[in-house]
Ligand binder design. Structure first.
Ligand code: IDP
Ligand code: MG
Length: 139
């Protein structure tokens, strides 16, 4: 059975360009409920740990320095079929290939600075949510 929670981050480019409001509005309009949320900034060490799965990829260093370059908004979202529906809402990794109207098509600048993160599985949604939030911070 598909889970009902996913994890997201609004990335430094989108926060820096004042896109938090319209992105959260689009998320709510798509039927997701925010059950935990935090405005924070990742240290390079924390960004490296969060993206450890990509350690061997050629863009890992660029990704870690970018994700620690400014504040982010981390959130846990709830909806039926949350992981798959949220990946559809954000669009492809490369904004040039993202469907029109998706969050990345609307707000992302490049494949690295692509505005938003969305978990790719129920298991990773749990791991990533736990990285930022304790049980006490969820509603
Ligand atoms: P996803 O975020 O759509 O799941 P992944 O392949 O898991 O995409 O990559 C994680 C993140 O790494 C992307 O969201 C993007 O910020 C960055 N990234 C992916 N591919 C590249 C690349 O070719 N160059 C630079 N950064 C990349
Ligand atoms: Mg991914």
């Amino acid at each position: 059975m598909a889970g009902n929670k996913t994890f997201t981050m609004i990335k430094p480019d989108a926060v820096g360009n004042n896109h938090i409001g319209p992105i959260l509005a689009q998320i709510n309009e798509a039927g997701f409920r925010i059950v935990a949320m935090k405005y924070t900034r990742l240290t390079p060490e924390a960004a490296g740990k969060f993206y450890e799965i990509h350690k061997e990829r050629p863009f890992y260093g660029e990704l870690v320095s970018y994700m620690s370059s400014g504040p982010i908004v981390a959130a846990i979202l709830e909806k039926d079929n949350a992981v798959a529906d949220f990946r559809t809402l954000i669009g492809a990794t490369d904004p040039a290939k993202a469907e029109p109207g998706t969050i990345r098509a609307r707000f992302a600048k490049s494949i690295a600075a692509n505005a938003i993160h969305g978990s790719d599985s129920d298991e990773n949604a749990g791991i990533e949510g736990n990285f930022f939030f304790s049980q006490l911070e969820r509603f």
